[in-house]
Design a protein around this ligand. Structure first.
Ligand SMILES: Nc1ncnc2c1ncn2[C@@H]1O[C@H](COP(=O)(O)OP(=O)(O)OP(=O)(O)O)[C@@H](O)[C@H]1O
Ligand SMILES: [Mg+2]
Length: 248
């Protein structure tokens, strides 16, 4: 893959451009360099897996790209808009339109039903039209059409994560980010959530950024970026199908 010119952000096919990103926490006498000089771009529609040991900076990187945290230096351009020094209210609006986020610990609102949780981002973003049919459609799609009126505590972990996924997608954002979304699930439920993420990536052309420790999850990705001590250690595109040596 060739690198695109990061200056031509508005005409770029890259939906995310991260340039020389650093995150340093100064807490004298301590200074923690969490991310150092991280540069990469994500083409629209790509499924990117971010891997690395615990503490390598994966969640910090995802949080910065999602505008949930402030950078120390460097820049982040989301779909042509430089979010690096954006004001919080403008950033919140942009985040609502561009990004759906799935957390390891689901983070559903306990006092809202599954359906109300899914509706929440649509209501906050004031999107056009009645979002309820879309919420019900998503509930159906994640296999929970009969659980819309259940509260999170009445749902299993796998079911809660599927609600969280429907919530992340209700505004149909062009970017889905997921931080260890299957980390708390058994393998069957983890596979189900991964299948749903893959479906949104392939069928809806949603750009998918998945942080995971699990190589089996990452092997579904188009590309794997590995972090080591806050730096990019490797950045590899998925290999083309390997020859079995059995062909004529
Ligand atoms: N606010 C903070 N102040 C000081 N250090 C921090 C802060 N936030 C994160 N760190 C440190 O930054 C490093 C990276 O943290 P991060 O949560 O991004 O790692 P991670 O790769 O997501 O790890 P894990 O796989 O365990 O989730 C860790 O060493 C962490 O202790
Ligand atoms: Mg993490």
């Amino acid at each position: 893959m060739f690198k695109t010119d990061t200056l031509s952000s508005t005409v770029s096919n890259d939906i995310i451009q991260v340039t020389r990103l650093s995150k340093i926490i100064e807490n004298p006498p301590n200074r923690v360099e969490i991310l150092r000089d991280v540069t990469f771009s994500v083409p629209r529609g790509q499924f990117l897996a971010i891997m690395g040991a615990s503490g390598s900076g994966k969640s910090t990187l995802l949080g910065l790209i999602a505008g949930l945290d402030t950078v120390t230096s460097g820049s982040i351009v989301l779909d042509g808009t430089d979010i690096t020094n954006m004001r919080e209210d403008a950033l919140a609006r942009l985040r609502g339109r561009k990004i759906g986020f799935v957390f390891q610990s689901y983070q559903l609102v306990p006092t809202l039903t599954a359906e109300e949780n899914i509706l929440l981002p649509a209501e906050l973003s004031g999107s056009n039209g009645d979002p309820r049919p879309r919420a019900r459609n998503l509930l159906d799609r994640v296999g929970l059409s009969n659980r819309g009126h259940h509260y999170p505590v009445q749902l299993s972990g796998g079911e809660q994560q599927r609600v969280a996924l429907a919530r992340a997608f209700v505004t149909e954002p062009p970017i889905l980010m997921a931080d260890e979304p299957t980390g708390n699930l058994d393998s069957a439920n983890g596979q189900h959530v991964l299948d749903l993420l893959l479906q949104l990536n392939r069928e809806e052309k949603t750009t998918l950024i998945l942080v995971t420790h699990d190589p089996r999850l990452a092997e579904n990705a188009d590309r794997i970026i590995s972090l080591h001590d806050g730096r990019i250690f490797s950045d590899e595109l998925a290999r083309p199908p390997v020859s079995t040596g059995m062909e004529l």
